[in-house]
Ligand binder design. Structure first.
Ligand SMILES: [Zn+2]
Length: 269
C-alpha cells in the first residue's frame, strides 16, 4: 500500500484509489493530486491501496478486497491483511474511494443508508446518481469507515480517469482541504438496490436496458443466447452489463427520492 501525504499534521481526510487492481482511474487521480501538490488547508492522506494487484493488472490476488472488510491482520490472504491495514489508515478520516464499472460511463455514488457523511457530500460532486446499496454491502469498505465510494465511469477509460481527477478536487473542496468555490449543490436521484438480477450460464449475453432508466413491465431488459428476458414488474437497472459479473447481470433498484440540500425527499415511484 502506497501512502503519501499533502500538508502537515495528522490527516482527517483521505483519498483512496486502487482498491481493485483492474480499475486504474482512482490511481490516476491520486497520482495527479500528488504531482500537482496543491496548497492544502487541511492535511490529506493519499493512498494507492492494492499495489500488488495493480502490478498484476488483476482485480485481486487472493480475495476481492472490497468484500473482505474488516479484514484480518493474520490472514494468509493478501487482501484480508490489506483490508485490516487500510481500515487502520482510514481511522479518524473522512475518505473518498474511487472505483469504476463495466456498466456506466457517468459517475455515481454507492452509499449505505446510514452514511451521514457520504450523503452530505454527494450533492457537491458532479454525480449522475446516488445508489443506496445497504442490503448488498457486507464486507465492503463503506460499511466499516466514513467513506464516500464513487464509481467514476467505464473501467479503464480515459473518461473515468478524468472524472476521478475532477471528483477528487470537488471532494477536497467540499471537505475544506482545497480552497476554491464549492460547486453548487445539486439534487441527485436516489436509488435503492432491491435485488440481484441473475444470469444463467451461457455463451452470449446482452443488456438492451440502460442503467438508471426505468424498465417497464413487459419490456425486454436482457438476453441470454438470443433469448429475451422480459420484466415482470417495472424496475431501474443499476450496475447492469452483459459481462461485468459472473452470475448476475447486475441489480434491480427502485427510485426512492432525491438527495440534495441535506435532506432526502421521498417521491412516488
Ligand atoms: Zn472497484
Amino acid at each position: 500500500m502506497r501512502i503519501e501525504q499533502l500538508g502537515d499534521g495528522e490527516p482527517e481526510i483521505a483519498v483512496v484509489g486502487g482498491i481493485h487492481g483492474d480499475e486504474p482511474c482512482g490511481v490516476r487521480a491520486v497520482e495527479h493530486l500528488l504531482e500537482a501538490a496543491p496548497e492544502v488547508k487541511r492535511p490529506v492522506k493519499c493512498i494507492v491501496a492494492n499495489e500488488e494487484a495493480l502490478a498484476a493488472e488483476t482485480r485481486y490476488l487472493d480475495a476481492d478486497l472490497n468484500r473482505v472488510f474488516p479484514g484480518d491482520p493474520d490472514s494468509d490472504a493478501h487482501e484480508k491483511r490489506l483490508a485490516a491495514e487500510l481500515l487502520t489508515e482510514l481511522k479518524g478520516c473522512v475518505s473518498l474511494s474511487m472505483h469504476s464499472t463495466q456498466s456506466y460511463t457517468e459517475p455515481f455514488a454507492v452509499i449505505d443508508e446510514n452514511a451521514t457523511f457520504a450523503k452530505s457530500v454527494c450533492p457537491s460532486l458532479s454525480l449522475d446518481a446516488v445508489v443506496d446499496a445497504s442490503d448488498f454491502i457486507d464486507g465492503r469498505l463503506i460499511r466499516h469507515a466514513e467513506v464516500l465510494e464513487i464509481e467514476c465511469g467505464y473501467q479503464g477509460s480515459e473518461q473515468a480517469a478524468e472524472n476521478a481527477i475532477t471528483l477528487t478536487e470537488e471532494f477536497l473542496t467540499a471537505v475544506g482541504a482545497l480552497d476554491g468555490e464549492r460547486s453548487p449543490t445539486r439534487e441527485l436521484p436516489l436509488y435503492r438496490l432491491t435485488r440481484l438480477v441473475p444470469k444463467e450460464a451461457a455463451d452470449d449475453y446482452g443488456v438492451p436496458a440502460t442503467n438508471f432508466e426505468r424498465v417497464a413491465a413487459g419490456e425486454t431488459y436482457a438476453s441470454i443466447d438470443g433469448e429475451e428476458l422480459v420484466a415482470n414488474e417495472p424496475f431501474y437497472p443499476v450496475l447492469m452489463s452483459p459481462y461485468g459479473y459472473e452470475n448476475e447481470f447486475g441489480y434491480a433498484a427502485e427510485l426512492v427520492g432525491k438527495l440534495g440540500s441535506g435532506r432526502v425527499e421521498s417521491e412516488a415511484t
